[in-house]
Design a protein around this ligand. Structure first.
Ligand code: SAM
Length: 245
């Protein structure tokens, strides 16, 4: 298991990529997948809520399990932070928002590593009506990132936990864990992969603002035009010199 989970990467990434946000109150953070057991190297809900509290940011955590959401509310009251715990499917909660979040930690529907306890499986059956499946995990995280196209703010940062790169028997590299569908979709729809942490087993995505996307497209197109012109120019020069193509 990794030393620390993706929330450690999220905190590190904020310091590296958004240091100016630390002096800007009003930043809005969403966590999807609340802490269900506060075990060593997890406990993301407390850590992220405290970080937000210290900087005057707002913090919402969302979990499909109402018992877990209630535990988070009790914990917020104990440590004295003003944060919100929502009991809902994260993908649905995200779909109900528009330009609402600057930072998102996606660590929800468990990936199927084959070792989930019967208690955990029973909780999925009770709340979601199904046992843990890899397909449902991938789809849930895909829906979440799709929703963030609308619900994420301009320079939104997203960390997807339990997502890393692995090589298969043919030597091809694939995303595994929670993000095999979410990450490729994001890359094709206006998000950049800024970092991949094999230590935290997590991936950092950044929403590329529209004008930056347009600028890149124009730049790429201009590059194509330039190379095209150069090829034509060389062809004309060869023709004038009488050398074969
Ligand atoms: C790995 S745990 C989260 C761990 C937590 N982030 C931490 O580090 O302490 C995954 C959580 O996702 C929740 N979950 C599963 N499917 C979900 C969904 N569709 N929407 C929101 N939460 C979901 C589970 O109930 C569980 O509490």
């Amino acid at each position: 298991m990794p030393a620390q989970h993706g929330h450690a990467m999220l905190v590190r990434s904020l310091r590296t990529h958004r240091p100016e946000w630390f002096s800007r109150p009003g930043i809005r953070m969403l966590e999807v997948g609340t802490t269900r057991e506060a075990i060593v190297n997890q406990d993301s809900t407390r850590i992220l809520a405290q970080l937000c509290h210290e900087h005057g940011w707002s913090f919402t955590t969302c979990d499909m399990d109402p018992v877990t959401a209630e535990k988070a509310r009790t914990m917020f009251a104990e440590i004295g932070v003003d944060a919100e715990a929502v009991a809902a499917k994260g993908e649905d909660y995200i779909a109900g928002h528009r330009r609402a979040f600057d930072v998102v930690y996606l660590d929800a529907y468990d990936f199927d590593h084959g070792n989930h306890s019967e208690t955990r499986q029973a909780r999925y059956e009770e709340v979601l009506g199904e046992r843990i499946s890899q397909h449902a995990c991938e789809l849930m995280h895909l829906r979440a990132i799709q929703g963030l196209g609308r619900a994420g703010r301009r320079r939104c940062l997203v960390v997807i936990d339990d997502t890393w790169l692995a090589t298969d028997e043919n030597g091809d590299v694939h995303w595994v864990g929670k993000g095999p569908q979410a990450v490729p979709w994001a890359e094709a729809h206006g998000w950049d992969v800024l970092d991949v942490s094999m230590e935290n087993r997590a991936v950092l995505l950044e929403r590329v603002p529209m004008e930056e996307r347009v600028r890149r497209r124009v730049h790429n197109a201009a590059g194509t035009v330039k190379w095209g012109l150069l090829r034509r120019y060389k062809k004309v020069k060869r023709a004038l010199r009488g050398t074969p193509n």
